[in-house]
Design a protein around this ligand. Structure first.
Ligand code: F6P
Length: 341
């Protein structure tokens, strides 16, 4: 069988582990001929093909990024995009396609599957907000990096008696904020799931700095917003694919808190450092497990499904159930962060 593979959307550490697993299992165990498309759906639409053999995946397991390249391009949203994708698949005689991506890529995958293409998807996003799976590739590495950053900021916050704001990624969901906040011992976690009241934040800081400490750390997800009707004006600014302008909420919050409390305040925007570099063992293992499961699934004739982690088990879920939904942080996890303030 000729099997195509692409990675779409923002890169994450652990993608190369998944690509390696797909190629090893596909070529080795099943005898498939594996074909890569460069730069996500764009490469598929443009016919930008590369062979994928064992020599292409040598030594990639510990590396970040994606050896296939990636792009934010959604064929169903572009004029002629779907036709171009279907034409390439036919010209390259691709019988099944494995797509590794987050919400945008998975949505596109469900549209292409509806057009009759055999597709198995693999979830990746540092934001961990893909519906239907407990975890997505890349999340563990991002949390590890963000936690280390919070640990490092702790010592300088304490030395200088400062309020330190750490902005992490997470446009629709605050998974990185909640988990790195708990793991790093932040005083406050602000996430998109629970719009915040700036007056309560100010009150909390004043009380803490009077009664217990002379420094505070706030971890804020880039998608966090003030609650409607509260006393802070802020409008989220989005890029063309719904990505949030980095630093916007962190800087705005820093200015507001500094003005209202008079506390010496600094802002750190972690940005793409959360998505770069070597994957943790956990992300390498998850990528490897999803890669093997995806190839086994296409070989068995499955289509329009996504590999998912449920507890400790890798399972298949319907792509149509997943596409277009966001998995938000449950209130009890945010409650743990709040309880440890
Ligand atoms: O989807 C993952 C993500 O990291 C978001 O948290 C963030 O808003 C976005 O990607 C940033 O995208 P870009 O790499 O296009 O700046």
């Amino acid at each position: 069988m000729r099997v195509g593979l692409l990675t779409g959307g923002g890169d994450v550490p652990g993608l190369n582990a998944a690509i390696r697993a797909v190629v090893k299992r596909g070529e080795g165990e099943h005898g498939h001929s594996m074909v890569g498309f460069r730069n996500g759906w764009r490469g598929l639409a443009d016919g930008d093909v590369m062979p994928l053999t064992r020599s292409h995946i040598r030594n990639v397991l510990p590396t970040g990024g994606t050896l296939l390249g990636t792009a934010r391009y959604h064929p169903h949203a572009e004029d002629g995009g779907m036709d171009a994708v279907l034409a390439t698949l036919e010209a390259e005689r691709i019988e099944a396609l494995i797509c590794i991506g987050g919400d945008g890529t998975l949505h596109a995958a469900s549209k292409v599957a509806e057009a009759g293409v055999r597709i198995v998807a693999i979830p990746k996003t540092i934001d961990n907000d893909v519906w239907g799976t407990d975890r997505s590739i890349g999340f563990d590495t991002a949390v590890t990096i963000a936690t280390e950053a919070v640990d490092r900021i702790h010592t300088t916050a304490e030395s200088h008696n400062r309020v330190m704001i750490v902005e992490v990624m997470g446009r629709h969901a605050g998974w990185i904020a909640a988990t790195s906040g708990i793991a790093g011992g932040a005083e406050l976690v602000l996430a998109p799931e629970e719009p915040f009241d700036i007056d309560r934040v100010v009150k909390f800081l004043r009380h803490r700095h009077r009664a217990h400490a002379s420094f505070s750390i706030i971890v804020v997800a880039e998608g966090a917003v003030p609650a409607e009707g509260t006393s802070m004006d802020y409008e989220t600014r989005l890029g063309p694919f719904g990505e949030i302008v980095a630093g916007a909420i962190g800087e705005r919050l820093g200015a507001e808190l500094s003005e209202r409390t008079g506390f010496d305040t600094r802002v750190t925007v972690l940005g793409h450092v959360q998505r770069g570099g070597t994957p943790t063992p956990s992300d390498r293992i998850l990528g490897s497990r999803f890669g093997v499961a995806a190839v086994d699934a296409v070989t068995a004739g499955s289509s329009a499904v996504m590999t998912a982690l449920h507890g400790d088990d890798v399972v298949l879920v319907d792509l149509a159930e997943v596409a277009g939904k966001i998995k938000q942080v449950p209130a009890d996890l945010l409650g743990v962060a709040a309880a440890l303030a």
